[in-house]
Design a protein around this ligand. Structure first.
Ligand SMILES: Nc1ncnc2c1ncn2[C@@H]1O[C@H](COP(=O)(O)OP(=O)(O)OP(=O)(O)O)[C@@H](O)[C@H]1O
Ligand SMILES: [Mg+2]
Length: 361
């Protein structure tokens, strides 16, 4: 097994961008995502309507929940309505009286009522017909609505969050999205960037999810070879973090039981044996990645054993410190070294804790 060094530019990127943060189970370390999450937490405090944009699998649904959890409505319900189902949309949202239409066999209070005081997340808003968009205008303007079969106006004490992976501005030009509706939902607009603009976040997700995956699949993976970084950087991940999640699951299923390090062979085996099937539009790209992984392996210099062991040592110390909230004495005890030694290693490997005792890379 050949172990390659982490590429210099990648390590520099990690160091520069190392915020090493998480909100709930949303993990990130990139500077870009740090800025965006700071803004999201700020927006969460105001009771405004939010529009979340971004490709599929970038974490919009997860962020909608985070906004709710960090808002003053967090003790009240969070609910989601998918806008792709025009048949059920109105009845699900507004509710109906018994007998209001064929099939309405009993009273249904509707989501606006059930979510009272909380947050309602309209997912896939780009799939809502312009007719239904028109019907939501009054709700957005004065937060009132009528249940189907009812004449009385009801008040919706609900915060709205909308999300889509579609380009709404382009849809407005094509007359498939209403401009007046767009301006009502975009009071606070946040675009969540794709994987390819923040590859370092993949590393963070790997380290945060690995223990859970080890338990689930009975493995003992601790870290990875540089091949994973190549894959992460060169492959376009059209399904973004959802696709990376699937890749990790496949990898942990495929990898031999006693392996501690993910190797190039493990990555190729996972893909070739169908444990991970890349998204359609990424297939061509992925074959370049195979070549890249193989090519780099042949042509480049290998890390010395000392360098490799240092990388592993740094990673292991960082993990044990993280597991113990940065407590150096406990970490030293667990690693069976003196407190003085752990201090020296923390300095040597430039490991830092922030004010919350969260370690940075
Ligand atoms: N930063 C992150 N940390 C951990 N897991 C993440 C992160 N971002 C996304 N995921 C995971 O990736 C998957 C996709 O996330 P999510 O469903 O929130 O994406 P989305 O933008 O809503 O996608 P879609 O447009 O297809 O609805 C989920 O399993 C989620 O847990
Ligand atoms: Mg979603």
């Amino acid at each position: 097994m050949f172990i390659k060094r982490y590429s210099e530019d990648f390590v520099t990127t990690i160091k520069k961008d190392a915020h090493h943060n998480q909100i709930g189970t949303f993990y990130y370390t990139s500077d870009l995502m740090h800025k965006i999450t700071t803004r999201i937490l700020e927006i969460a405090r105001y009771d405004e309507t939010v529009l979340l944009l971004g490709e599929t699998g970038v974490g919009k649904s997860k962020i909608a929940k985070i906004i709710h959890e960090n808002s003053s409505r967090n003790k009240k319900p969070f609910d989601c309505i998918n806008c792709s189902d025009p048949e059920l949309f109105e009845a699900t949202l507004f509710g109906h009286k018994k007998g209001a239409y064929t099939g309405a066999v009993s009273d249904n209070p509707g989501l606006l009522n059930k979510t009272n005081g909380g947050t309602l997340f309209f997912d896939e808003i780009g799939n809502l017909s312009t007719k239904l968009q028109g019907k939501l205008l009054t709700l957005l303007d004065d937060k009132t609505y009528k249940s189907i079969g009812c004449n009385e106006n009801q008040i919706a004490d609900v915060r709205f969050i909308f999300a889509t992976n579609k380009n709404l501005r382009a849809m407005i030009k094509e007359n498939t999205f209403k401009e007046d509706f767009y301006y009502r939902i975009k009071k606070s607009e946040v675009t969540i960037p794709p994987v390819r603009e923040r590859v370092v976040d993949i590393v963070e997700i790997f380290f945060k999810k690995k223990e859970c995956l080890n338990q689930k699949y009975g493995k003992n993976i601790q870290t990875f070879e540089q091949s994973l970084i190549y894959l992460a950087k060169k492959y376009k991940w059209p399904g973004n973090f959802r696709e990376f999640d699937n890749f990790l699951s496949g990898l942990f299923q495929w990898i031999p039981k006693d392996n501690k390090i993910i190797t190039r062979e493990d990555i190729l085996g996972t893909i070739e044996n169908g444990y991970f099937i890349p998204e359609e539009s990424g297939v061509e790209n992925l074959s370049n990645v195979y070549e890249k992984i193989s090519g780099e392996q042949k042509n480049n210099e290998y890390a010395s054993l000392k360098e490799f062991l240092s990388i592993q040592e740094r990673e292991y110390i960082k993990q044990i410190l993280n597991l113990n909230n940065g407590n150096r004495s406990v970490t030293a005890k667990l690693l069976k070294i003196s407190r003085n030694s752990i201090q020296k290693k923390i300095k040597k490997y430039d490991l830092k804790t922030n004010s919350n005792h969260r370690l940075v890379i």
